[in-house]
Design a protein. Structure first.
Lengths: 270, 418
C-alpha cells in the first residue's frame, strides 16, 4: 500500500516538473494558433477556433524560408569550420596537455561578445564583407569553436592511450592515428559537439544583429519583424518562434542519447 | 587546410571587388524602423526608384536593433548608411554630439511646429526632419464611465475619484506604465501638470517639491487603482489588458488609439473606447507632445546628393497626407489644417492634437545623451512611489540622490548647465 502511494507521489512530481518546463512551450504553440483577440482574451481561452493565419504571415507575408536558409548556411558552415579546426586542436590539447591553449580558447568564449563587435565591424566593412555569409560564419565560429574544442578534448582524453601506442609500434604516424583510430572512436563526442554548437549558432542574436543585413538576415533577427513601434504581433512572434525551434528540437531529439553520453564521458575521466 | 584558407581569401577578395563596383552606380542605403510610416515608405519606394533612377537598398529593423546597428556603424566610422529613421528624443543628443547627423541647412522647415524643430536643432542647424508626433492622452471605457454615472475627468481630483469608483475586483480603475525606466515618459505629463520638470537648462530638477508631488500622485494613482504587478508593466503589458476589458482608464501615448479601436485586435468595439486630454493638474495642463520619429542623413554618407533627394521625397507632404489616412499622426502642420486630410483621421486624434499643439511640452523624458541611464535612475523612484502608493517617506531623499546622479551624468558628457 505504501509503495503504491509513493509511486503515485512520484508520478505527480514528474508531471508537475514536466508542466513547469513544458507550459511555456505549450502556451507558445497554442498562441501561435490563435487570433490576436484570443491571445489577449481574459480569462485565457482554451477552447477556440484555431487559425493558421499566423503561420501564413511567417511563411507567406514574411520571407521566413529565406531566413531559414540563411540560418542553416551560417550554422552548417560555422560548425563545419569549427570541426575542421577544433578536432585536431582538441586532440593536441588532450594528448600534449596544452592546458594554457585550452584556457585561451575558453577565454574567447567567456569574453562578452559585444567587445568583438566593433573590431569585426571595422574589419568586415573594410574588406567589403558586410552582408556576406563569410562574415557571419567567421563570427559564429567564435561561438562554436570553443564548444567543439572543450567537449572534444575531454572526450579524447577518455580514449585509452594504449590504442595509440600499439598503433605507433606498428608504424602508424600521428596523422594516421588521428584520422583512422581516434576519429572513428569519437562518434558520440563529435555528435554532441556538433549538436550543441549548431544550436548555439542557430540561436545567436548579437553577432547576426550587427553583421547581417537584409540579404543575410538570420531567424532570431527576423522574429523582430513582428515587433513594430508600439505594436507587437504576438501571434506572429509565437508562430515564428515555433518555426525556429522546430529544427533545433528535432536535432536534439534525434541525437539526445549521444549528447548525454558525450557530456558525461568527459565528466568522469579519472 | 591550406585549400580552405585560400578559398576563404579568394572569396573575400571577390566580394570586396564586387562591393567596390557597386559603389559607382546610383544607389543608396536606407535604414528604416519597423514603424507604420516605414511601411508607407517601403510601399512607395519602387515609384521613387522609377522617377529618380536611384536604387534604394532598404533595411527595416526593430527600433532598439536600429539604434544598436547605427551606433556600431557610425562609431567605427565605416558606415555605408545614407539615410535613416531616428528617434530625436532617445538617440538625438548622442548622435548629434558625435556629429553623426548631417546638418540640414537647406531644408524647408516652415511646415513644422516650431517646438518640434527646436528640439532637433544643434549648433543653430536642424539635424533631423520630424516625421511622426505623439502626445499623451487618456483612454477610457465610455460604457463603464456611463454605468458608474461618471463624467470624463478633467482634473486630477476628478481622476482620483473616478479611478476609485471604477476600481472593482477584476477591473483596474486606472493604469499607466509602472516599469521603472519605461514609465518615465508617461510620468512626465504628471510632473509637468504639478509644475515640475525633469531638467531645466541642463540641470536635474526632478527633486523639486512640484516634481516630487507629481511622482507621489502618480504612485498613489497607479499603486492604488492599477492592475496587479503594475511595476513590471510597460505598454506591451497594459495594452492587452485594456483590450481584454480589464482596465477602465489608461494614460499613454496617442499612438495606441488605433489598436484599441481595431476590431481585429480588440473585441471591445470601437464605440466603447473614448479618448480625451490628460486631466489638468493643480499647476498646469501641459501633456507631452513629442516627435517620436524623424529621418536624417548620415554625415558619413558618400552620396549626399542622392541621399538629399531621397530625404526630400520621404518627407514630402503627399506622403504625409497618405500616412494620415492610416492614422499615423504626422508632424507637418499643413496636413492637420487640410480638411480633406483630417476628414479621414479619427476625430479623437484631431481634437486632442489641437489641444497639445498649443499647450504641449516637446519632451517626455530627460533630454540628454545618457537618457537611458537617467531613465533607469528616475525609474527607481517611480517604483518606490507605486509600491508605497506615493506614501514612502524616502521618496524625497531618493529624488535628491538620483538628481545628483543625473547631474553627474550630465557633467560627464559636458551637457551640465547647457
Amino acid at each position: 500500500m505504501k509503495a503504491v502511494g509513493l509511486r503515485i507521489l512520484f508520478y505527480l512530481a514528474v508531471v508537475l516538473l514536466a508542466l513547469i518546463v513544458l507550459l511555456p512551450f505549450l502556451w507558445m504553440l497554442i498562441s501561435s494558433l490563435k487570433t490576436q483577440i484570443d491571445i489577449v482574451a481574459w480569462p485565457p481561452k482554451f477552447i477556440f477556433s484555431p487559425t493558421l493565419q499566423n503561420y501564413y504571415k511567417v511563411f507567406g507575408e514574411q520571407d521566413f524560408i529565406r531566413y531559414f536558409i540563411n540560418s542553416t548556411i551560417v550554422a552548417v558552415f560555422a560548425v563545419g569550420v569549427s570541426l575542421l579546426l577544433g578536432l585536431p586542436a582538441a586532440y593536441s590539447i588532450a594528448r600534449f596537455s596544452q592546458r594554457r591553449l585550452a584556457m585561451v580558447i575558453l577565454l574567447a568564449r567567456l569574453m562578452p561578445g559585444i567587445s568583438f563587435l566593433m573590431p569585426w565591424y571595422i574589419i568586415f566593412s573594410r574588406l567589403g564583407l558586410m552582408d556576406s555569409y563569410v562574415a557571419l560564419v567567421l563570427s559564429h565560429v567564435l561561438i562554436t569553436l570553443p564548444i567543439v574544442v572543450w567537449i572534444m578534448s575531454s572526450y579524447f582524453e577518455t580514449i585509452p592511450l594504449e590504442l595509440e601506442e600499439s598503433a605507433m609500434v606498428d608504424g602508424a604516424s600521428r596523422h594516421y592515428i588521428f584520422l583512422k583510430i581516434i576519429l572513428p572512436l569519437s562518434g558520440p563526442g563529435i555528435i554532441t559537439a556538433t549538436t550543441l554548437s549548431f544550436i548555439f549558432s542557430w540561436n545567436n542574436f548579437l553577432f547576426s544583429q550587427v553583421l547581417s543585413m537584409e540579404k543575410t538576415r538570420t531567424l532570431p533577427i527576423a522574429v523582430f519583424n513582428f515587433l513594430s513601434y508600439a505594436d507587437i504581433d504576438w501571434g506572429g512572434v509565437m508562430a515564428a518562434s515555433v518555426a525556429i525551434m522546430a529544427p533545433a528540437l528535432v536535432l536534439t531529439m534525434i541525437f539526445q542519447r549521444y549528447v548525454v553520453s558525450g557530456l558525461t564521458m568527459g565528466a568522469v575521466k579519472g | 587546410m591550406k585549400t580552405t584558407l585560400k578559398l576563404g581569401l579568394a572569396m573575400a577578395v571577390t566580394m570586396g571587388l564586387s562591393g567596390a563596383a557597386l559603389a559607382q552606380t546610383k544607389e543608396i542605403r536606407v535604414l528604416l524602423a519597423n514603424h507604420p510610416y516605414g511601411e508607407v515608405l517601403k510601399a512607395a519606394i519602387p515609384q521613387f526608384e522609377q522617377q529618380s533612377g536611384i536604387k534604394v537598398n532598404v533595411e527595416s529593423l526593430q527600433e532598439s536593433q536600429l539604434t544598436t546597428k547605427l551606433t556600431t556603424e557610425f562609431a567605427t566610422n565605416s558606415s555605408s548608411v545614407d539615410v535613416f529613421m531616428t528617434r530625436p528624443l532617445q538617440d538625438g543628443k548622442l548622435f548629434a554630439k558625435n556629429k553623426w547627423y548631417e546638418p540640414l541647412g537647406g531644408y524647408d522647415f516652415s511646415d513644422y511646429p516650431a517646438n518640434t524643430v527646436s528640439i532637433v536643432t544643434y549648433d543653430g542647424q536642424p539635424n533631423i526632419v520630424p516625421l511622426v508626433t505623439e502626445w499623451q492622452v487618456l483612454f477610457y471605457r465610455k460604457d463603464l464611465l456611463e454605468a458608474a454615472g461618471l463624467k470624463v475627468p478633467t482634473n486630477f481630483d476628478e481622476l482620483t475619484a473616478a479611478a476609485e469608483k471604477l476600481n472593482t475586483g477584476g477591473l483596474a480603475g486606472f493604469a499607466s506604465r509602472g516599469k521603472g525606466a519605461a514609465a518615465v515618459t508617461q510620468l512626465s505629463t504628471f510632473v509637468y501638470n504639478f509644475g515640475g520638470n525633469y531638467l531645466d537648462k541642463g540641470v536635474a530638477v526632478f527633486d523639486s517639491k512640484e516634481a516630487v508631488d507629481g511622482i507621489r500622485y502618480y504612485g498613489k494613482l497607479v499603486g492604488s487603482y492599477g492592475p496587479r504587478g503594475v511595476t513590471s508593466m510597460s505598454w506591451e503589458n497594459i495594452l492587452p489588458l485594456f483590450q481584454a476589458g480589464r482596465i477602465a482608464m489608461w494614460t499613454d501615448a496617442s499612438v495606441f488609439y488605433g489598436q484599441l479601436t481595431d476590431p481585429a485586435k480588440s473585441s471591445l468595439g470601437a464605440d466603447k473606447i473614448g479618448i480625451a486630454n490628460v486631466p489638468a493638474g493643480p499647476k498646469a495642463n501641459s501633456p507631452f507632445y513629442v516627435t517620436s520619429w524623424g529621418i536624417a542623413m548620415a554625415s558619413q554618407s558618400k552620396k549626399k546628393d542622392l541621399a538629399k533627394t531621397f530625404l526630400e521625397w520621404a518627407t514630402s507632404k503627399e506622403l504625409a497626407a497618405k500616412a494620415m489616412e492610416a492614422n499615423i499622426t504626422m508632424a507637418r502642420t499643413s496636413v492637420w489644417e487640410d480638411k480633406a486630410v483630417t476628414a479621414k483621421v479619427d476625430p479623437g486624434l484631431v481634437e486632442t492634437r489641437a489641444f497639445v499643439a498649443k499647450n504641449g511640452n516637446p519632451s517626455d523624458r530627460p533630454f540628454m545623451s545618457a537618457v537611458g541611464e537617467a531613465r533607469d535612475l528616475i525609474g527607481e523612484i517611480i517604483i518606490e512611489s507605486i509600491n508605497t502608493k506615493g506614501e514612502s517617506p524616502q521618496i524625497d531623499q531618493m529624488a535628491k540622490d538620483r538628481a545628483v546622479k543625473v547631474n553627474t551624468l550630465l557633467r560627464d558628457t559636458g551637457e551640465y548647465g547647457q
